[in-house]
Design a protein around this ligand. Structure first.
Ligand SMILES: NC(=O)c1ccc[n+]([C@@H]2O[C@H](COP(=O)([O-])OP(=O)(O)OC[C@H]3O[C@@H](n4cnc5c(N)ncnc54)[C@H](OP(=O)(O)O)[C@@H]3O)[C@@H](O)[C@H]2O)c1
Length: 312
């Protein structure tokens, strides 16, 4: 059943059988995402038949193989993105497995696939960031936001983070943002003060709440990458409005089937940075049974960083 956090419950269900091209993963940890709350509310881009096991990512050990899968995956430690991840066992398409280096534990491994790969693609694959960019990261204290701040800073750009509450500012500053602004009636004026030429690359998944401020914030030839709508769907975009500043708009979804070299390239870049510490994630651990409470906090915008549950 779709609805509020109260529709979530922990239940015994049959262990899934891996289909053609799939493996069965014995899940050790799973990542909670804002998208889990959107799916639960019936607002997500993709749907599964109900009743549905929630979750889009996890980490564990491959314990069985479906037909057509390379036998080398058996007993491998993996991270993965796949539906129905919030369970003790998950059937995962072979193409969605990420082999784990020994140095990453399962909690770290369950934390990164959705948020860190999204951040990489938003900033690099679509955003094509350069050191000359003035980058605005909306909701910079969130899971994806914190990663975007670190990656943009590493890329040599000037980084401005926005948050909805002053209390989120210190975390974003500590990650290397040059400026952190709390959104409110004076936001555009404050942005103008720190970026008088405008923002050259604007990254946001807030949607409706910031939709009126996107074009005024951009510099001529500015790029805008949208990757979600946490505050609700924005009004339809008038193409005519893009001409004055010759704006480029891109939309990102991690489920897009990308060329393997692009997908694997991003995985390699992200893993290398998690291992050498260039990229860090603020991870809060919880139990699977706490999912309703975590959903409530995610939906209210009260969390910072990443939430991960463990089941073993
Ligand atoms: N396209 C993709 O493939 C993809 C992949 C991953 C995530 N996403 C999207 O990216 C966004 C961030 O994901 P995340 O995992 O980093 O989530 P998160 O940690 O929960 O961060 C979401 C942030 O959105 C902001 N927000 C603005 N309006 C909100 C509202 N009305 N209710 C709740 N939060 C609101 C909050 O930051 P402030 O309070 O500071 O504004 C919150 O921290 C979500 O919209 C998610 O769906 C998209």
């Amino acid at each position: 059943m779709l609805g509020g956090p109260e529709v979530l419950r922990v239940e015994e269900v049959p262990v899934p059988a891996p289909g053609v091209g799939e493996v069965l993963v014995e899940v050790h940890a799973g990542g909670l995402n804002f998208a889990d709350t959107e799916r639960r509310r019936g607002l997500y881009l993709a749907s599964e038949p109900l009743p549905e096991t929630s979750g889009f990512e996890g980490a564990g050990v491959v314990c069985a193989l479906g037909p057509g899968v390379d036998a080398g995956w058996l007993q491998r430690r993996v991270a993965f993105t796949a539906p129905r991840a919030h369970a003790e066992y998950c059937a995962v398409p072979g193409g969605k497995l990420i082999a784990l280096p020994d140095a990453l534990d399962f909690v770290q491994a369950a934390a990164f696939p959705v948020q860190a790969l999204t951040a990489w693609h938003v900033l690099h694959t679509l955003g094509r960031v350069t050191p000359r960019d003035v980058v605005l990261v909306h909701s910079a204290a969130g899971g994806v936001g914190q990663l975007l701040v670190q990656l943009a800073r590493e890329a040599g750009a000037t980084v401005i983070g926005s948050v909805s509450r002053d209390g989120k500012q210190p975390r974003v500053r500590a990650l290397g943002a040059h400026h952190v602004l709390t959104r409110g009636p004076e936001f555009l004026a404050a942005l103008q003060a720190v970026a008088p030429g405008g923002v050259t690359l604007l990254l946001e998944a807030v949607g409706a709440e910031v939709s009126k401020e996107v074009l005024p914030a951009l510099a001529p030839l500015g790029r805008w990458v949208t990757y979600g709508s946490a505050s609700g769907a924005p009004p339809p975009l008038e193409l005519e409005a893009l001409f004055e500043k010759s704006v480029t708009v891109s939309a990102f979804w991690l489920r897009t089937v990308m060329p393997p070299a692009v997908a694997e390239g991003a995985q390699g870049e992200v893993l290398a940075r998690l291992l050498d510490g260039r990229l860090t994630q603020e991870v809060t651990r919880c139990a699977l049974e706490e999912a309703p409470r975590v959903h409530r906090r995610l939906e209210a915008g009260l969390t910072t960083g990443k939430w991960v549950f463990t089941v073993r």
